[in-house]
Design a protein around this ligand. Structure first.
Ligand code: SAH
Length: 356
C-alpha cells in the first residue's frame, strides 16, 4: 500500500519496527504534523474540537494588539519592526489585534504568521484579506534583525514533549512501542542521564512524571535573545503550571470537545500538554530578556482593561450586550479560563510591559 493510503498508526508502527521505540515527542510530531494525516496538517480544529480565547471574544485580540502598541510606544516607536504570531489558528486574534492597533497609525510592522498547517494558512488568508503578510512554517533566523513583537496563544501547548517517569531504579523515559502493530507506552530500559532531569525534580515520588519540551525552551530562548538585542516584546498565553510544575502527566488527546486516548488513531485528535511556564521563563532569562509573569489570564486581561472594553461594546450593541459581557467574563472567570490560563511576557531589560 502507498504511504498515503496506509493509516498513520500503521505507518508509525512500521517506523518503530524498523528503527526501535520513538519518544513521545516524535510521536506528537507525527500525529500533529504528518503531511498526509497529521491532525493540524489536515484540518481546522477550532470550534469543532476545541475553542480558544480569540474565538470566544474579540476583546482578547484587541487587548493583545494594544499590549504591542504600548511596548512599541515605550521603546521610542521604532520604524522598522515586526509583528509575529505563532500558531495563528483562524487568524481571528490577528484581525482583532490589527483593528485595535489602528489607534497608532505609525505602527506599521511587517506581519509574519508562523503556521505549519496548509489548511489553517488558507483560512488565515481568507480572514486577513488585503494585507501584506509573510507566512512561515516555523520560526527562523530571518526574524532576528528587527524589533520583534510576538504573540502566541495556545501555541506552546502543541509543541512536542518528552516524559520521564521516576521508578525505584531512577528516571526512565516513557517511549512509544509497537506490539504486532498496536501502539503502546513502555519505559526505556536504560536510565535517563541525570542531566536531563532538573535538580529540583530529584525528590519526585515513585511514579512521578517529569515532562520537558526542548522545542519550547529552545524557541523561548531564541525569541528572548532577539528581544534583548533588538527590542520589542513577546506575550505567551496558554494553559499550564503557574509556578513549579507538579509530578502528574498532562499529555492529553482531545477530539470533538472530549478526551480521547493519546495513542488511538494518531492524527484524529489534538495532542497537547500543560505549558511549563517556569521552564519557559528560565529559557527567556538565559536568552537575556526580562521576564514578567506568569500571571493568571484573568488578572492580566482585567488590568489591560477588559471590563471597560466590554462595557463599550455592550453600549454600542445593546441587542447583543448580554452575550458580549458573558463571553468577556468567560476569559477571566477563575472557574473558566481566568486562572488555568497564564500570561508570560518577555521584554528587553529595563522595560516594563502593561498588564503585569
Ligand atoms: N492561536 C490560535 C490557534 C491555536 S491552535 C487561537 O488561539 O485560536 C494551535 C495553532 O498552532 C494552530 O494554528 C496550529 O496549526 C499551529 N501549530 C501547532 N504546532 C505548530 C508548529 N510546530 N509550528 C507552527 N505552527 C504550529
Amino acid at each position: 500500500m502507498s504511504a498515503a493510503g496506509e493509516s498513520l498508526s500503521a505507518r508509525i508502527a512500521a517506523l518503530i519496527e524498523a528503527q526501535g521505540p520513538i519518544s513521545i515527542a516524535q510521536y506528537m510530531t507525527l500525529a500533529l504534523h504528518d503531511p498526509q494525516a497529521g491532525y493540524y496538517a489536515t484540518r481546522d480544529p477550532l470550534g469543532a474540537d476545541f475553542i480558544t480565547a480569540p474565538e470566544i471574544s474579540q476583546i482578547f485580540g484587541e487587548l493583545l494588539g494594544l499590549w504591542c502598541v504600548q511596548l512599541w510606544h515605550d521603546q521610542g516607536k521604532p520604524k522598522q519592526c515586526r509583528l509575529v504570531e505563532l500558531g495563528p489558528g483562524r487568524g481571528t486574534l490577528m484581525a482583532d489585534a490589527l483593528r485595535a492597533m489602528r489607534v497608532a497609525p505609525d505602527f506599521k510592522p511587517q506581519i509574519v504568521l508562523v503556521e505549519s498547517s496548509p489548511v489553517l494558512r488558507g483560512i488565515q488568508q481568507q480572514n486577513l484579506p488585503g494585507l501584506d503578510i509573510v507566512w512561515k512554517s516555523h520560526f527562523d533566523q530571518t526574524l532576528g534583525d528587527a524589533p520583534l513583537f510576538l504573540l502566541a496563544n495556545e501555541f506552546f501547548d502543541a509543541l512536542p514533549i518528552r516524559q520521564y517517569v521516576r521508578t525505584a531504579q531512577g528516571w526512565h523515559e516513557r517511549m512509544v512501542v509497537s506490539k504486532a502493530g498496536e501502539l503502546s507506552f513502555a519505559l526505556a530500559p536504560g536510565a535517563t542521564p541525570p542531566a536531563l532531569v532538573p535538580a529540583d525534580r530529584a525528590d519526585a515520588p515513585e511514579g512521578g512524571v517529569y515532562e520537558s519540551s526542548a522545542a519550547a525552551t529552545a524557541l523561548a530562548q531564541e525569541i528572548a535573545r532577539i528581544i534583548a538585542a533588538q527590542g520589542g516584546g513577546a506575550l505567551v498565553l496558554d494553559y499550564g503550571y503557574g509556578e513549579a510544575a507538579g509530578f502528574g502527566e498532562t499529555l492529553q488527546a482531545v477530539g470533538a470537545n472530549d478526551f480521547a486516548e493519546v495513542l488511538s488513531q494518531p492524527g484524529a485528535h489534538d495532542l497537547s500538554a500543560h505549558v511549563d511556564f517556569a521552564a519557559l521563563g528560565e529559557a527567556g532569562r538565559r536568552g537575556g530578556a526580562a521576564i514578567f509573569g506568569p500571571r493568571g489570564q484573568g488578572a492580566f486581561l482585567s488590568s489591560m482593561g477588559l471590563a471597560q472594553r466590554a462595557g463599550q461594546l455592550a453600549e454600542a450593541h445593546p441587542d447583543q450586550a448580554a452575550q458580549l459581557i458573558a463571553s468577556a467574563r468567560r476569559l477571566i472567570d477563575p472557574v473558566q479560563m481566568g486562572t488555568l490560563f497564564q500570561a508570560l511576557a518577555f521584554v528587553p531589560p529595563g522595560v516594563t510591559p502593561p498588564g503585569f
